[in-house]
Design a binder for this molecule. Structure first.
Ligand SMILES: *[C@@H]1O[C@H](CO)[C@@H](O)[C@H](O)[C@H]1NC(C)=O
Ligand SMILES: *[C@@H]1O[C@H](CO)[C@@H](O)[C@H](O)[C@H]1NC(C)=O
Ligand SMILES: *[C@@H]1O[C@H](CO)[C@@H](O)[C@H](O)[C@H]1NC(C)=O
Length: 975
């Protein structure tokens, strides 16, 4: 009683319900109290126990899961299965003195089993399966077993040994300790459970030999020791458990021969011995176990033949002898096993023909793979009854030596889901009747000698997931009807002689993951729509005769080049080959178009009815608001050398450019001016004026003004319009100083810079001769550039660019308006490397903000997966070369067409009239032997594939060779 009072007291505290004890009769009191205490130890997230009201007189009527003995009115059953309860098994249970059945299966109970149920002397059934209980079982748990009949602890996390005390429960009929982590050897006392009918110790870590004396379990019906670590032989006493119906010893390390005492087990339905180390022949006496329904001897070391006596197993439904070393032919006797449904003899060395009974018994599953079966299957198919054909679901005879044709009767097996005839010697053609197999999921006919065409009837097999016809000699086209197999996920036709093109309709098979058409004779191009196959993981068309451009997007952006190899006429960046005819156009707009949807993606507000709106124009318009219009005056107030990092730099203080103030400003608005040259003339009270009238031009980065310093020297000042994008001052200065160090006769040098948070100026040497664009396209009349001047410009620009690339700088923005011509006609490349001033060298920034050069843009700017490198400059250079030679803009707008310069020259070259492309103003005044190689060089530089373009050093060399034409010609090869 002291325990009772203790519990009672805690409950009172717990529930703060002083009424509890008041009105109850003493006996009921125990049950209600016990249940409430029990509940107090649990969490009940679903409120399943809400009906347990402690103010009720009795738990017997309305309490969920509680049943009482009607005569005694005491709780006899507590069944709380799958209630989602968690928490511990509390002591409250011990109050339920009349409890007979306790089931807490399928909850989330945790903690260890510390209660001794045996105090509950009436308890018969305990089911704690499928919880999260842990710890070992107290050794005395079963020491006073009372009347316990059935205990299940299955699917918990119990560990430690199985207690010896279990043997002292004479009344136990069912023990289920399956799926825990019990370890150690089996207690010998276990065999004294003479009443036990069912013993399930499967899926634990038990080890050692199975102790002798098992015949003590004289009532045993079912035993499972599956998936433990038992070794040694099966004790022969097992043959004396005459009532055994089910024996599962699979997945252990048992060894030795099968003991003949087992033949006495004439009631046994299931004998499962798979995955052990049993040896010797499959004993003849198994035929005496007349009740066998399932016999599984797979994955052992059985050898010899399957005994004829198996024919006596009239009840047999499942026979599995796979993965042994069995030989000989299949015994005719099995044909008498009229109830057989599944027969697995795979992975043995059976010989002989496919017996005809295989198809007449009405089998559902036939697994014969990896044996030495030979001969034709005609007979076997032919002899089957229509009824029995309808039952076959799985037929796997792969990896044998079967020959002859595939009988057209195969179409009668209308329930087939899995048909594998691969790796045999079948010949002839695939019967069209295959199309009658409407439920077929897998068809594998690979690695045979099949010829003829791939039958269009395949479209009837509408449930196919996997179709494998590889390694045959099939001819003809891929039938269009394949698109009816809407569930297809895997399709292989590799290593055949298939011709024709890949049907576009394949792209309708949206579940496709794997396609293998390699090593065939497919022609034509790859349908673009294949890029719509979103689940595609592998697409192998290597070694065919496919041509044309690859589909773009989706899987095809990342396809492995090896999947495409061996198709000499496929083209595109991934196969590293130019597409000669179908070139992607640069981003262009038809200036006169009023149709907004025509081309490009320029917003309407900019596009409609205006003149040419290149991206550069858009940038200019977009930036206009930010450009200070009018005059910006910068006055150098005083000179004060700061602790500049640049050795020879001089820092000056300017008034801020933002406020137009000419008056001396205070610190807040002052910026930092750095001149790299440290030219003393410049340092004295310089006055610089950025005047709208002196604007030299505008680019993606900003406007350029010419201005005169007080010493009379001219400089070009570029006012960056990308301020908001510019990096931090520190990074900006670092990059600018890097650019400032670059000196080359063909590069415009950067002399200094000015920095404030909101205004950045770059100070360049002033080049008097204007830019190449004006010379080429705006100079009229007799003033045009001669051939020699043009060649010099090309060579000079090439040298400048080559120097840049040697310094690991990418120009990013090459175009004719960025080539300045000095007073002696020497070209100087301007505006290089400015993209480095932006925070991200991102292609979107590049193409949308800076790459203003219509027609000069390398195709990879439009392709996310290719890196922008020096090779992108070389594309622009190639366009520039063509522009200089032809005098035409990279993109010209004609009557109703947009002409892209490199396409035009390439076509002319193909048609052998390339010399007609040379600028009309030069006609008769240029050496053909120089002009044509130069144009070819320009075309090579504009290869679609970056790796095909030469590097700038090579370009310079080639140009110099062209100048002395004797050695030059073969350098360029055939284009
Ligand atoms: C048991 O708990 C886990 C997580 O703690 C939860 O996901 C699961 O649903 C619970 N099971 C039941 C039967 O309540
Ligand atoms: C043992 O319990 C598990 C889990 O509840 C169950 O799947 C298994 O069938 C039981 N074993 C026997 C022999 O009843
Ligand atoms: C566009 O219009 C201009 C002026 O009307 C005209 O000179 C030019 O040929 C036109 N271009 C095209 C492509 O229609």
């Amino acid at each position: 009683m002291s325990a009772f009072f203790h519990i009672c007291f805690s409950v009172l505290l717990l529930l703060s319900s002083p009424l509890l004890v008041k009105s109850l009769s003493p006996s009921l009191n125990d049950d209600i109290l016990g249940l409430i205490v029990f509940r107090a130890d649990l969490q009940d997230p679903e409120g399943k126990l809400n009906s347990w009201n402690e103010e009720d007189d009795s738990p017997c009527n309305n309490w969920v899961g509680v049943k009482c003995n009607p005569r005694s009115n005491r709780v006899s059953e507590l069944i709380l299965e799958g209630f989602g309860l968690s928490g511990k098994l509390g002591r409250g249970l011990l109050q339920l003195q009349f409890l007979q059945k306790l089931s807490l299966a399928r909850n989330n109970l945790t903690g260890s089993l510390s209660l001794s149920f045996t105090q509950l002397s009436n308890l018969r059934v305990v089911d704690l399966s499928e919880n999260g209980l842990t710890g070992s079982i107290p050794s005395d748990l079963f020491s006073q077993c009372g009347s316990l009949r059935s205990i299940s602890l299955a699917k918990n996390k119990f560990s430690g040994p199985i207690p010896e005390s279990l043997g002292s429960c004479p009344t136990l009929a069912s023990v289920n300790f399956s799926s825990n982590q019990f370890s150690g050897e089996l207690p010998v006392g276990l065999w004294s459970l003479s009443g036990v009918r069912s013993l399930d110790l499967s899926d634990n870590l038990l080890e050692g030999e199975i102790p002798k004396g098992i015949e003590g379990l004289s009532n045993l019906r079912a035993i499972s020791l599956r998936n433990n670590k038992f070794i040694g032989e099966v004790p022969d006493g097992i043959g004396n458990c005459l009532l055994l119906r089910s024996i599962d010893l699979s997945r252990n390390s048992l060894s030795g021969k099968l003991l003949s005492t087992m033949k006495k087990l004439s009631l046994c339905n299931n004998l499962i011995l798979s995955k052990n180390g049993f040896i010797d022949e499959v004993p003849e006496w198994i035929g005496e176990m007349r009740s066998l329904e399932t016999l599984d001897l797979s994955e052992n070391n059985f050898s010899g033949q399957v005994p004829e006596s198996f024919g006596k197993l009239q009840s047999l439904k499942i026979l599995n002898v796979s993965k042994n070393a069995l030989t000989g032919s299949l015994p005719e006797g099995i044909s008498k096993c009229v109830n057989l449904l599944a027969l697995d003899i795979s992975h043995n060395s059976f010989t002989g023909n496919l017996p005809s009974w295989v198809f007449s018994l009405g089998l559902e599953q036939v697994w014969f793979s990896d044996n030495q079966l030979s001969g034709s299957v005609d007979n076997a198919f032919g002899s089957s009854m229509e009824n029995s054909r309808k039952k076959l679901v799985t037929l796997d005879v792969s990896q044998n030596k079967l020959s002859g044709e595939i009988p057209s009767g195969v179409g009668d097996f209308v329930s087939l889901k899995f048909l594998n005839l691969s790796r045999n010697l079948f010949l002839g053609s695939i019967p069209g009747s295959i199309g009658q197999l409407k439920t077929l999921n897998v068809l594998d006919l690979s690695d045979n000698h099949l010829n003829g065409s791939f039958p269009s009837e395949i479209g009837g097999a509408i449930s196919l997931h996997e179709l494998n016809l590889e390694k045959n000699s099939l001819e003809g086209n891929i039938p269009l009807s394949i698109s009816n197999c809407a569930s297809l996920m895997s399709l292989s036709l590799a290593h055949n002689e298939i011709t024709g093109s890949i049907p576009t309709s394949l792209s309708k098979l949206t579940y496709l993951q794997t396609i293998d058409f390699s090593f065939n004779k497919l022609t034509g191009s790859l349908p673009k729509q294949l890029a719509n196959l979103v689940h595609l993981q592998s697409f192998n068309v290597s070694n065919n005769q496919l041509q044309g451009e690859l589909p773009a997007g989706g899987f095809f952006n990342t396809i492995a080049p090896s999947s495409l190899s061996g198709n000499p006429s496929l083209c595109g960046a991934i196969v590293d080959r130019n597409c000669p005819t179908v070139l992607p156009k640069p981003i262009v707009l038809n200036p006169n178009s009023t149709d907004d949807t025509a081309q490009g993606t320029i917003p309407q507000s900019f596009g409609r009815g205006k003149k040419i709106l290149s991206i550069s124009a858009l940038i200019a318009i977009g930036a206009a608001a930010a450009i200070v219009i009018g005059v910006i005056a910068i006055t150098v107030l005083n000179l004060r050398v700061r602790g500049s990092t640049s050795r020879d730099a001089i820092a000056l203080t300017f008034s801020g450019g933002d406020d137009f103030s000419q008056s001396p400003s205070t610190d807040g608005n002052s910026g930092k001016l750095v001149m790299f040259s440290g030219d003393p003339d410049f340092s004295t009270g310089t006055h610089a004026l950025l005047n709208k009238d002196c604007e030299l031009g505008r680019g993606g980065f900003g406007a350029v003004y010419r201005t005169m310093l007080k010493d009379g020297r001219s400089v070009a000042i570029k006012k960056l319009t990308v301020s908001s994008l510019v990096k931090s001052q520190h990074e900006f200065e670092r990059e600018v100083k890097k650019l400032g160090k670059i000196r080359h006769p063909n590069l415009v040098s950067l002399d200094g810079y000015y920095w404030t948070q909101s205004l950045q100026l770059l100070i360049y040497e002033f080049i008097s001769g204007g830019n190449l664009y004006k010379h080429l396209h705006e100079d009229s009349g007799e003033n045009h550039l001669s051939w020699n001047e043009r060649f010099n410009i090309i060579l000079g620009a090439a040298k400048g660019l080559s120097h840049l690339h040697q310094m690991n700088l990418v120009h990013y923005n090459l175009k004719s308006s960025n080539i300045l011509i000095d007073s002696s006609g020497e070209p100087k490349v301007a505006d290089y490397g400015l993209a480095r001033l932006l925070p991200m060298l991102d292609r979107y920034v590049l193409s949308s903000k800076i790459q203003s050069a219509l027609g000069y843009m390398a195709p990879e700017f439009a392709c996310k997966t290719i890196k922008i490198t020096e090779k992108s400059d070389i594309y622009g250079f190639g366009v520039l070369v063509l522009e200089i030679v032809t005098g035409k803009r990279p993109v010209e707008y004609m009557e109703d067409d947009v002409v892209v310069l490199c396409d035009m020259v390439r076509e002319a070259l193909d048609e052998g009239r390339v010399d007609e492309c040379v600028d009309g103003r030069l006609q008769g005044k240029f050496p053909v032997e120089e002009a044509i190689p130069v144009m070819k060089l320009g075309l090579i530089c504009t290869s679609q594939v970056p790796s095909k373009r030469p590097d700038m050093g090579e370009v310079v060399n080639i140009l110099e060779l062209i100048r002395s034409p004797l050695e030059s010609q073969d350098e360029l090869g055939d284009f």
